[in-house]
Design a protein around this ligand. Structure first.
Ligand SMILES: Cc1cc2nc3c(=O)[nH]c(=O)nc-3n(C[C@H](O)[C@H](O)[C@H](O)COP(=O)(O)OP(=O)(O)OC[C@H]3O[C@@H](n4cnc5c(N)ncnc54)[C@H](O)[C@@H]3O)c2cc1C
Length: 453
């Protein structure tokens, strides 16, 4: 029998874990696996704030797909349309031309994108924190504000440059604000004598009254205390109403002059979900407990892009969009694919939440492994140990451990590498959300691609 054709869309946590497990458990003559991804590496997103802070080098947090996958064919590009009828995926390759991949089993794991609300000016002036390029750009941009403020010394302009605003107090926003505030305060005075630490103001804006609600009440309160001690102003019950080149107007009417508005107020599922004809819940593809997609035979969905019932939670909810679920769903789906190929029944996905870890920079960390609240050095130990274990190769673990050691001993050099100095990289410039084919276009493109030239 010809090997089954399995196409995986997305080279993130879920997609790569699935491909790795298939490689380990299936013989080459049983299945031919292709993984479509616009990125060359598996990006370890939870460590992105540490790239922005300079504690980690960008290369350390992205594991090359071609190193981590041995037998899977990596197809560089974006899946821009799916035609379930003929079982074809249209891929716009990185080189620009389109091609159609045939599948017997299709795995959808395209993750999420930054959730942009209808806030005027956000696309043009707000920064995101979802890609390696954005993390590197943000660090450079923040250091550039200190540099320029130190040179110019104009009062109003300085206030704009030295005010930083983060909208969204989940783990991405809180960690990034905490570590970059630390960088600014350490740099002010010492490296930029004209800028006093007190002139730097970070603001963390959240629509609720808690930060990182997943931490629970006690640790959440502890996080608030740490931020307040570091001079970060927490603004609750508000969001952005309008972002301009010179600041942000909040929904409570307050205007904060700033040239740095970081938007981390949630993620939205990949727009691919809406182009499939599958049912969605808040944009996520509705999947059954075994991760198959109802109404689309041979199609499976997982990770941030999928609404998978959380069977361990017992409260009729879907799994949270976390790396923890994405990785485990990836491995589970590989088992279910193998069961399907072998004529057995797929099994439901069930995974109890193992807790979370938060690194606020320095010795300030918080962790809730298996419901046990930890803070300070023990939490830092658990957080770093968890990240090292979760990284996918020994080389990546060694790189991250080495970076932490050098940064711990030598501190930050506050080096601005000039990345994007002459071009502004706001959210609108990073997202590829406009690349998808309208659903009714896909059959025409598939047909055209099938015809000989
Ligand atoms: C800054 C930050 C910090 C975070 N910290 C934590 C944390 O501490 N703990 C935690 O559990 N979670 C954390 N998360 C969330 C976690 O990273 C996500 O839940 C996880 O990455 C989801 O995995 P995924 O495989 O579904 O998607 P992703 O990891 O996002 O991967 C999706 C992949 O699909 C690719 N793709 C997208 N569209 C297409 C397409 N059309 N065709 C082909 N490929 C496509 C993308 O380029 C990407 O490579 C954090 C997220 C961010 C942004």
């Amino acid at each position: 029998m010809a090997p089954a054709k399995i196409v995986i869309i997305g080279g993130g946590f879920a997609g790569v874990e699935c491909a790795r497990a298939l490689e380990r458990r299936l013989r080459p003559e049983e299945a031919f696996v292709q993984l479509v991804s616009p990125d060359a590496g598996l990006l370890y997103l939870p460590l992105l704030p540490q790239v922005a802070s300079g504690a980690l080098n960008p290369r350390s947090v992205s594991v090359p797909l071609r190193r981590v996958l041995r037998r899977t064919e990596v197809v560089p590009g974006m899946a821009v349309g799916v035609e379930p009828g003929t079982r074809r995926v249209v891929v716009r390759r990185t080189s620009g031309y389109e091609t159609a991949l045939e599948y017997d089993q299709l795995v959808l794991a395209p993750g999420s994108i930054t959730r942009i609300m209808d806030v005027p000016g956000l696309q043009e002036h707000g920064f995101g924190m979802k890609t390696l390029a954005e993390a590197m750009y943000l660090r450079d941009h923040v250091l550039r504000q200190l540099d320029v403020a130190a040179l110019r010394g104009g009062l109003d302009e300085d206030r704009e440059r030295l005010n930083f605003v983060t909208i969204g107090a989940g783990y991405a926003g809180t960690e990034t604000a905490a570590v970059l505030n630390k960088v600014c305060r350490a740099a002010a005075g010492r490296f930029f004598p004209e800028v006093e630490a007190g002139m730097v103001r970070w603001h963390l804006v959240t629509h609720g009254d808690r930060i990182m609600p997943e931490l629970g009440e006690k640790l959440g309160a502890e996080a608030k205390r740490i931020l307040a001690e570091r001079g970060i102003e927490l603004i609750t019950g508000a969001s952005a109403a309008e972002v301009t080149a010179n600041g942000v107007k909040l929904t409570n009417g307050r205007f904060i002059p700033s040239r740095t508005v970081l938007w981390t107020a949630g993620v939205a599922p990949s727009p691919l979900a809406a182009h499939l004809g599958a049912e969605t819940e808040k944009g996520r593809i509705i999947a059954r407990t075994d991760l198959s997609v109802p109404g689309l035979p041979g199609v499976w969905a997982m990770g941030d892009a999928a609404a998978v019932p959380d069977m361990a939670d017992g409260q009729d909810r879907v799994c949270a969009p976390t790396a923890q679920h994405a990785m485990r769903q990836g491995r589970h789906l590989a088992k279910n694919l193998i069961a399907t190929l072998h004529g057995a029944q797929p099994e439901p996905y069930r995974h109890p939440d193992l807790g979370m870890v938060v690194d606020l920079g320095g010795r300030d960390a918080l962790a809730r492994p298996l419901g046990i609240g930890l803070r300070g050095v023990p939490a830092q130990f658990v957080a770093r140990g968890y990240h090292l274990m979760a990284l996918r190769t020994i080389v990546a673990r060694a790189r991250v451990a080495f970076d932490w050691t050098v940064h711990g001993l030598g501190g930050d050099d506050f080096l601005r590498i000039g990345y994007g100095d002459h071009k502004v990289h706001t959210i609108g410039g990073f997202e590829q959300s406009g690349c998808y084919l309208p659903a009714d276009e896909v059959p025409r493109v598939v047909k055209a691609l099938a015809e000989p030239e």
